[in-house]
Design a protein around this ligand. Sequence first.
Ligand code: MN
Length: 263
Amino acid sequence: MRILVANDDGIHSAGIAALARVASRFGEVRVVAPDVEQSSASHAVTASRPLSYRRSRYPDGVEAWRVNGTPADCVALGVHHWQDVDLVLSGINIGTNVGNALWHSGTLAAAKQATLFGLRGIALSTPSTAPGGEEPDFEALEPHVERVLTALIPLSSARLLNVNVPVSPRGMAWTRQAVRQYDGRIVPDEDPMGRTHYWFTVVPIERTEPGTDLWAMERQYISVTPLGLDLTDADALERLSAELPLDVPTELEPAEEVEEDES
Ligand code: MN
């Protein structure tokens, strides 16, 4: 089994090294990751300048390549250079990716890019605030990540999964994305010259709904959320078409090629 490993924290993150190490127990691994951190890059692709693909030294003899682009770029280049990839793993992100954070997540975008290519993608994240405020203890996390991959890799019908692993998991739960509340806020601050600047940052959500990714993580359960690529709101489509009937184009009408906007 060929496993491409990407992330958004960059090729030098301890999280991707841990993921590559665990993934090696399941198949042949190649790391393709951004040369610098691309957290919150979401699903951006680099369309207006060329990309480079450079070999990097990596521990444990893993073949690794760095890209001057986004997580989605890395998956695209990785799949281009390595035929017959079976699975793309992304992470392990330093910082959870739950709820509405999935809109911003570069970690998820790498897994999503795999799904767009018709491959399977699994994104993995863990809280950034380990006890003591240090980087997560990836060595301690590895057995849990191995358990996750052992359970999820055989599920061939799972196209896109978002996994969050707490520091000391009590179990593993299927969840849905928490979408009711948004935790992003603008927080004003002052620079050393007394000028106001701003942080677009995350503040904790106080109430969470049962069964969601956030709820499971608060209870120290590994959260596994199957995701889809279709953004259509099916309920709204039905409701609105009844409220405002519009034209219904048929197959018989002449079609012209639609140019997709890169932005
Ligand atoms: Mn990140």
